[in-house]
Design a protein around this ligand. Structure first.
Ligand code: AMP
Ligand code: TRP
Length: 324
């Protein structure tokens, strides 16, 4: 299988990113051809992206990904804007994309509703995402649940292109992991995300104290009436627990919950302990990598490898539509 996925350099990698996507990225390296992209063109759609911060965030994210287990020798790890073919294919694909489909993207509608100035890039974001994937003829894409609609659109775009110009692109399928939808600890009705503010996400590299505090103050049973099943907050803590603790630990706590004996303080302590155990090797590697000065070269080498594939596929797409 050829795997492709992308992540925005927004400054912090959080538990949602890790359990929703990155953990699968790491596992899929075994036996597949993997291409992972730091999508800085996409990050430009966030109005508050400062140029220097973007430059810094790209490198930091690359180091974070390597610390998580992405191996840039085996896998192609690169920065999107180092391969400008992405934007050219984006334009070509935009011309086989339905305007109506773009207006139905929920991520666009949500983000547009939160802003005063809505840039055109935000509207076109899913077309660029389709171009990212199709440029490498990737057939599988490991992502969190929030990206399913974008992937569905990518398939529609591939289908329409193939129908009009002859089969070129595979229709990319999502790969969802167990942590495909991690919720905010402070507001378990919303997904864990950086955009709602620091209390809504837990960073992988965040200081221990701060992680402990966020878990301790996680919302649990507010608004729950007696006899109701698990509240969203508690369910979310169990979701994360399942990703970090042995099965018997989870079973025991679930039993206590069923019997009405579970103290949330205890659940949170156990969760904190197992989470830190899971994150420890990643955090240690990240600290060692802090001194890795060749990260720019590593990314440049990744871009060279990506570009070889990208040029060829773009060349074929240009020829099909009549540009060459
Ligand atoms: P982003 O940071 O928006 O570029 O997302 C990078 C990857 O993390 C994508 O595959 C997302 O689907 C995934 N992701 C982001 N937030 C969450 C979350 N709260 N739960 C699960 N996956 C997530
Ligand atoms: N839109 C994705 C996100 O916010 C990031 C992304 C860009 C992506 N291009 C991609 C994910 C291609 C998978 C494949 O999470």
């Amino acid at each position: 299988m050829r795997i492709f996925s992308g992540i925005q350099p927004t400054g912090v990698l959080h538990l949602g990113n890790y359990f929703g996507a990155i953990r699968q990225w790491v596992e899929l390296q075994e036996g597949n051809e993997c291409i992972y992209c730091i999508v800085d063109y996409h990050a430009l759609t966030n109005e508050d992206t400062e140029p220097d911060e973007l430059r810094r965030a790209r490198r930091e994210l690359a180091l974070d990904l390597i610390a998580c287990g992405i191996d840039p020798e085996r896998t192609i790890l690169f920065v999107q804007s180092d391969v400008p073919e992405h934007t050219e294919l984006c334009w070509i694909l935009g011309c086989v994309t339905s305007y109506g489909d773009l207006t139905r993207m929920t991520q666009f509608k949500q983000k547009a509703a939160e802003r005063e100035f809505v840039n055109g890039g935000l509207f076109y974001y899913p077309v660029l995402q389709a171009a990212d994937i199709l440029l490498y003829l990737a057939d599988h894409v490991p992502v969190g649940e929030d990206q399913l609609q974008h992937l569905e659109l990518a398939r529609r775009i591939a289908r329409r292109f193939n129908y009009r110009f002859g089969r070129l692109f595979p229709e990319p399928q999502p790969i969802l992991g167990k942590g495909a939808r991690i919720m905010s600890l402070a507001d378990p009705d919303r997904k864990m995300s950086k955009s709602y503010g620091p209390e809504h996400y837990v960073g992988l590299m965040e200081p221990e104290d701060s992680i402990r505090k966020k878990i301790r103050s996680a919302v649990t049973d507010i608004g729950l009436t007696p006899g109701q099943e698990m509240s969203p907050g508690v369910a979310n803590l169990f979701t994360i627990l399942e990703l970090v603790a042995p099965q018997e630990v989870v079973e025991e706590l679930r039993r206590e919950h069923r019997e009405g004996k579970l103290l949330y303080k205890h659940l949170k302590e156990v969760l904190y302990e197992h989470l830190m155990k899971t994150l420890a090797p990643i955090r240690e590697r990240r600290a060692e990598l802090a001194a890795r000065e060749d990260i720019d070269e590593v990314l440049a080498a990744g871009a060279d490898r990506a570009r070889k594939i990208a040029r060829e596929v773009l060349g074929e797409a240009r020829a099909r539509v009549g540009l060459d």
